[in-house]
Structures are given as structure tokens and as C-alpha cells.
Design a protein around this ligand. Structure first.
Ligand SMILES: Cc1ncc(COP(=O)(O)O)c(C=O)c1O
Length: 471
């Protein structure tokens, strides 16, 4: 949190995690959780806490609980309160200042006994299990005589990533590929190279939480632009360009979290605008191969946008497994060289063994795509049936791909998330996907959970949140 900033209720809810400890009075649990955040630097000195009534409302507790908590924190020197004005985090000995809003909280394994309905990350696909079983047969010999450091990636993997992307319509070659530790690192590298503090960055609203974290970490000025018919509103991009936007981050293929695809004509219009304005564009294609119908992957901006303006990001995480930690950046050779130098500062290279595993897996792309599609189609149908039975008031637009359902709960999803915490159900509400902590009525639900588990936990959630079922 920035110094002096007013902490939003959605931020507190996100950062607190499952704060209520069984058998302990609520004010004690809440105070302990807030102290953890202050000690960790996640609530910086000077941060103004939300008004008691708002926080109590969001957490689904009595106002007295929050009042007692704030009093206890003040007594212990963690807060300064000014009558009628509010409460601020007090400066303590530590000067740690974390630059995160906790948006990636779901990328940590949920505590034991907690059902995680917050992450869309899929379990490993069959080819991963087969490749791991055959790991002993991988010929490491040629690499063992080298120092093992390949900062831009193993030549064989760079070539295979280039070939796969070229077949998918993203024409490229090995020297334009930088292998990274997943698409998240790729996004951070591309973002840190392209923008600095205060620069205006345009992105879809909602968007991928990790991208918001990257640009926030850099201190950029984020502007979320509404989506129309599955893609970013090109008129709003035009206006953003007039306001001096430096970079556009987007997903025109399969968009996380909405699961929508930008229409072809709108994508062409967007590309024309990018070319006309010379707007540097980072396109995240991470979910493009998780299509539910039609061709195995969606089109992207590649081929439409001047290659010097385009940075394409991809990953093995969606099709194969997040545990591999292999992603890539495709860009002009000069940018790839620059980013390769930059990546050395945060990690000298990716493991040779993991990259050889990836080379092996890239021979199974077609089978992996078929398996994911079959799985996700069934999972989506089952999830839609359960969700409409348990929450008939929830609405959504049918996704064209991806592993999540972007649901409008037509109620306060942050409160629902707090109710979930009390019964051991972890949810991802809309503000985490919003550049301005909006979209409070939305939830991103993963679709891949076992239907019985999903039904049981959504039903418990309905009960705990006191949501009436409409007959
Ligand atoms: C759009 C998008 N970009 C990047 C990532 C990060 O992927 P990786 O596991 O490759 O870092 C994800 C993961 O959910 C994502 O959905």
C-alpha cells in the first residue's frame, strides 16, 4: 500500500485471507491478522484503514468487532486514531514497504481443509505425467559438459516454441524467443522494460490479476478499459492513446478472467489503431489454446500489428502444468537481447532439465489440446448446471475458452468471499481482477472442480452468506 493511501475494503478482504481462527474471539483474530500484514509491510505506515462500519459490513461482522480490533491495535502501537477522522497504520521500526495488493493470493496452496474455488490453474495433463515417467531417458549428456546456463533458453526449446507459435499463426523464429519462468515472469520483464513510474498503461477491465500486480509494482498508472463483445473497447483505446498511453496489455484470444474472445473485425480495428499510433502492445496468449470449440487456438494480434510494436507472451502452464514454470516472450531480436540481460538480474537461467522436459512435451501439443478441450467442455457444462441450480440469480456469458466462469452474482461478492472464509471456501471476487478495485458483484469460479465438491461448497456458501434461494 502506498504511504498515506486509503486502504480499500476489497484490499483488506484480499490481504486478510482466512483470518477468523476457530475458538478465538473475532476481535483477537482480526487484530492478529492485521498485525501480520503490518509487520510484513503489506500495510505500510501511513495507510488509512477503512471506516469501521464499511469494514464490518464487508467482513460480515458486527461493527463492535472492528471497533474493538482497532482499539486493541491502537493500544499496542500499531494504529493512530483521530477522533472522527479515521485510523492510520503507525510507523514502526521496520521500513519494509511491499508493493503488492495481494492480487495473486490464490497462487498459494490453500490451507488444509480449505476448498480452493479461487484459482483457475489446472492439474497436470496426461502428457506431463508420461514425460515425467520418461525423464530418466532424457539425454542430458551434451549439456553436462557445458556450464548449464542458457539465459535466453535452450536453443532446442527456443526453436520448438518458435515452430509451435508459427504453426499457430504467430510467425517467429528461435532468436526472437526468450524462455522465462512462466508467463508471469515474462509479463514482469516486458512491463519493466516498457514502462516506468507514472506511465499510462491501458488494459482490459477486468484483466489478469498478475498483470495488474506487475504494472502496479513498477508504479505505472493503470487504466482499465471496458470490454464489449468479448474484447477491449477500441474507442476507449483511442481515447487512452490521446491521453498519452505508453503501453497496451491485452488478451484478444482467450481472455482471463472472462473466457471471451475478441471478434475478428474488432481485433483488426485494434491492430490498425496500434499501428497508427505506434502503441507498444503486450499481448498475453497464455489461454489461447484452451478453446472449447472450433480451431485449436484463437487468432491473436500477431500478423496484424507491426512486429516492432508487439510483445507476445505465452506459457506451458495452461496446456501442460503450472508446476513446470516455463513460459516465453516473443519480440524483436533487440528487445529479446535486452530482456535476456534483464532476466539475468532476477534469475540467471531456467533449469536445463525442465527445459528438456518442455522440449519433450511440445511433441505432444495436439494430444494435450484435445485432452484439455474434452475435459473443459464437460467441466463447463457440469459447472453451469450446478451454479444455476444453487444460485439461480447468478448470470454469466458463455465462455469461448479457458478454465473459469466469470459470474455476476448480482450481490456483493466481497462479502460472499468473507462468508466463504468462515466455512473454509476460498473465492476470487471481482475487485482482484479490476484496475480500480471495482466489479464487486463478480466472481471468477474455476470450472474444473469435481461437481459434487462444487455443489456441496456452493450450497454451504449460500447458507453461510444468508442468500435466499429464489423459488
Ligand atoms: C493471462 C495469464 N497470464 C499469465 C499467467 C501466469 O502463468 P504462468 O504460470 O506461466 O506464470 C496466467 C496464469 O493464470 C494467466 O492466466
Amino acid at each position: 500500500m502506498a504511504d498515506g493511501a486509503r486502504l480499500k475494503v476489497a484490499d483488506v478482504s484480499r490481504l486478510l485471507g482466512s483470518w477468523a481462527r476457530p475458538g478465538e474471539p473475532l476481535p483477537e483474530s482480526l487484530a492478529a491478522a492485521l498485525i501480520d500484514l503490518i509487520d510484513a509491510g503489506l500495510l505500510a505506515p501511513g495507510t488509512r484503514l477503512p471506516p469501521q462500519r464499511l469494514l464490518a459490513d464487508a467482513l460480515g461482522t458486527a461493527r463492535g468487532t472492528v471497533a474493538t480490533t482497532y482499539d486493541a491495535l491502537e493500544a499496542r502501537g500499531y494504529l493512530t486514531a483521530r477522533q472522527g477522522a479515521g485510523s492510520w497504520v503507525r510507523s514502526r521500526t521496520s521500513d519494509t514497504r511491499a508493493r503488492t495488493s495481494g492480487r495473486l493470493f490464490s497462487f498459494t496452496t490453500a490451507a488444509e481443509g480449505v476448498v480452493d474455488l479461487s484459482s483457475g490453474a489446472l492439474p497436470a495433463s496426461t502428457p506431463v505425467r508420461a514425460a515425467l515417467a520418461g525423464l530418466a531417458d532424457v539425454d542430458l549428456q551434451p549439456y553436462l559438459t557445458t556450464d548449464g546456463y542458457f539465459p535466453a533458453g535452450l536453443p532446442a526449446l527456443r526453436a520448438d516454441i518458435a515452430t509451435m507459435n508459427t504453426l499457430d499463426g504467430i510467425a517467429t523464429s528461435a532468436h526472437r524467443v526468450l524462455v522465462t519462468a512462466g508467463a508471469q515472469q515474462a509479463t514482469w520483464l516486458a512491463a519493466a522494460d516498457a514502462v516506468g513510474p507514472g506511465d499510462l498503461v491501458l488494459m482490459e477491465e477486468p484483466t489478469y490479476r498478475g498483470a495488474i500486480e506487475c504494472f502496479t509494482d513498477i508504479g505505472a498508472n493503470l487504466q482499465g478499459l471496458r470490454m464489449v463483445h468479448g474484447g477491449i473497447d477500441v474507442d476507449h483505446v483511442r481515447q487512452g492513446i490521446k491521453r498519452g498511453a505508453r503501453v497496451l496489455y491485452c488478451q484478444t484470444g482467450i481472455h482471463n478472467p472472462t473466457g471471451q474472445t475478441m471478434r475478428a473485425a474488432a481485433r483488426r480495428e485494434l491492430a490498425d489503431e496500434i499501428n497508427r499510433a505506434g502503441l507498444l502492445t503486450i499481448e498475453d496468449t497464455s489461454s489461447c489454446a484452451l478453446t472449447l470449440n472450433g480451431p485449436p487456438t484463437t487468432p491473436t494480434l500477431a500478423g496484424l500489428v507491426d512486429p516492432t510494436l508487439l510483445i507476445t507472451i505465452g506459457t506451458m502452464s495452461k496446456l501442460f502444468w503450472g508446476g513446470l514454470r516455463i513460459g516465453w516472450i516473443i519480440a524483436e531480436p533487440a528487445r529479446v537481447n535486452r530482456l535476456t540481460e534483464q532476466r539475468k538480474a532476477i534469475g540467471l537461467a531456467t533449469s536445463v532439465v525442465d527445459q528438456l522436459l518442455a522440449v519433450n512435451l511440445l511433441t505432444t501439443v495436439d494430444a494435450a489440446r484435445r485432452e484439455r478441450r474434452e475435459f473443459l467442455r464437460t467441466a463447463l457444462a457440469d459447472t453451469e448446471t450446478v451454479v444455476s441450480a444453487v444460485f439461480p440469480d447468478w448470470t454469466w456469458e458463455k465462455p469461448t475458452g479457458g478454465s473459469g466462469l466469470w459470474v455476476d452474482t448480482n450481490t456483493d461478492a466481497v462479502r460472499l468471499t468473507e462468508a466463504g472464509k468462515r466455512i473454509g471456501v476460498k473465492l476470487a471476487p471481482g475487485p482482484g481482477f479490476s484496475t480500480y478495485d471495482g466489479l464487486r458483484s463478480y466472481l471468477r469460479l474455476p470450472i474444473w472442480h469435481d461437481v459434487d465438491i462444487l455443489e456441496r461448497n456452493l450450497t454451504a456458501l449460500r447458507g453461510s452468506a444468508g442468500v435466499e434461494r429464489t423459488p
